[in-house]
Write a protein that binds this ligand. Sequence first.
Ligand code: ZN
Ligand code: ZN
Length: 259
Amino acid sequence: MFEVITLGSGSAGNSMLVRSASSAFLVDAGLSAKQLSIRLDACGVRLEDLSGVLLTHEHQDHCGGLKVLLNRCNFPVYCNPMTARAMSDTGFPHANWRFFQNGCAFSLNEFTILPFQVPHDAADPVGFRISAHGACLGVLTDLGYATRNVFDVLKGIQALLIETNYDEQLLQQDMRRPWSVKQRIQSRHGHLSNAAAARVIDELDAPDLRHVILGHLSRDCNSPDLAETCVRTTLETRGRAASLYCAGQDRPSPVFGLI
Ligand SMILES: [Zn+2]
Ligand SMILES: [Zn+2]
């Protein structure tokens, strides 16, 4: 058993549950501790059951609920040293850190985790390739563009969580965001647009890709319809049979089984 559930995904908070028959862990903990507890409970997972949380980077929408969650249950926090330092610098208390190095795989129970660097405006942001029982999940969120290394690392995956942060036209038309913020979002250290994510999926060397989960949608500059339509067109053009699901901010996704 290798299952994935997004507990919530969007600019207001991100967290994903990965589990097997005997263990479970989170990737990011950006929802409130209360919501994380409620949604884990709905998935039949107790806090004490978690083997830890993996952090992609230190932005609040990825670790905002962690401090309160650790007060309730002091499970290990897996991240690279620069991410931990960035969190400590902003007042995050001492945690049960387990440091990894980008590009070096490590084990978490029966899972093998390979963290890999992505370009984003954080201290040392990463994506993950998570493998178990012969199946692989790619976690690719918060990146300005996909480097050659990203394509190398994600070869042959069966499931992918990828950010479709914004629709390019809606971002241009948005009156609330100043020009400098728009520039940041679109930069090579910002976020993937729907069209950019579709291109990444298109170029991915993963013929057995079965599940594509779209996440981290901007509330103002995107919609599930726009993101799904953009990516579906690419999948259909390429004759790919992967299921497509757009993760929401306010409720957990269905369960995606890799094996
Ligand atoms: Zn970020
Ligand atoms: Zn984010």
